[in-house]
Design a protein around this ligand. Structure first.
Ligand SMILES: [Zn+2]
Length: 252
């Protein structure tokens, strides 16, 4: 029995004369490959559906032995014309897709990541979304969506709010803020910790709560932006094991 599901097409390749493989991302299965037999010939079954960055309603079945997925037919829902027409937006979209692929998402974590990616593509499609923010906001939100979800508002040790005052630390391993009082009296902290101002914590909390639709109107002080993006990259490198170097995501 075929199931019908919305899927984002990430990559397409063709083999033999008329057959294609398609790399898909769906909210229930995560990222997987499926075959579209006759895909490059059968214009009627897959009209406009076999291009990267297409959102398609596919009927998805499997071969007789259940060894691989097979696409029955597709209906194109959206193909992000604003991204296709703009090389900068296409570059940002490709960066986000590469990150999702590098993370190797378990199907049980797929739904929030799928919606995060889709909403980011809608932002880019509408011509918003600065290269100064989108890539690392996306990485931060993806890490938070996968359960590495820090509390930026309260001290992880005593629970008091950290919206005021100075001398708070953010401990990358635990994803916790430790207030000035706690780390001055307590035992020394293990591992990677950075001092953070209330402004940096507010910005981190804003990103944590934000939807990609909000990212078009963000304004961040330069110094806050520098500190927040550094913390995000440390957090992502530690918890997801990935860092962005020379145009590719590397395991760290
Ligand atoms: Zn405390």
């Amino acid at each position: 029995m075929d199931a019908t599901e919305k899927a984002l097409v990430l990559k397409v390749g063709c083999f033999r004369e008329a057959d294609c493989w398609v790399r898909l991302f769906t909210p229930t299965r995560g990222i997987f490959n499926a075959f579209a037999f006759g895909g490059s010939r059968s214009r009627r079954r897959f009209v406009g559906c076999l291009d990267p960055l297409s959102l398609v309603l596919f009927s998805i079945g499997s071969d007789r032995r259940g060894a691989y997925s097979v696409l029955g037919e597709g209906s194109l829902l959206h193909n992000f014309p604003g991204i296709r027409a703009d090389a900068a937006a296409a570059g940002l979209a490709a960066n986000c897709v590469r990150f999702v692929e590098a993370v190797e998402i378990d199907p049980s974590d797929a739904a929030p990541v799928y919606h995060l990616l889709l909403n980011t593509l809608y932002l880019l499609d509408s011509g918003q979304g600065s290269p100064d923010f989108v890539p690392w906001f996306f990485r931060a939100r993806l890490a938070f969506a996968m359960g590495y979800d820090p509390d930026f508002e309260n001290c992880g040790t005593c629970g008091s709010p950290v919206s005021q005052g100075r001398g708070h630390l953010f401990v990358v391993e635990q994803g916790q803020v430790v207030c000035a009082a706690c780390h001055s009296v307590g035992k020394p902290l293990d591992g990677l910790a950075r001092s953070v101002s209330p402004g940096v914590l507010r910005a981190l909390e804003w990103i944590r709560e934000s939807d990609p639709g909000d990212w078009g109107r963000v304004v961040l002080d330069r110094e806050v932006r520098r500190q927040v993006s550094q913390l995000v990259e440390m957090f992502v490198a530690y918890h997801l094991g990935l860092s962005w170097e020379n145009g590719i995501y590397k395991k760290v």
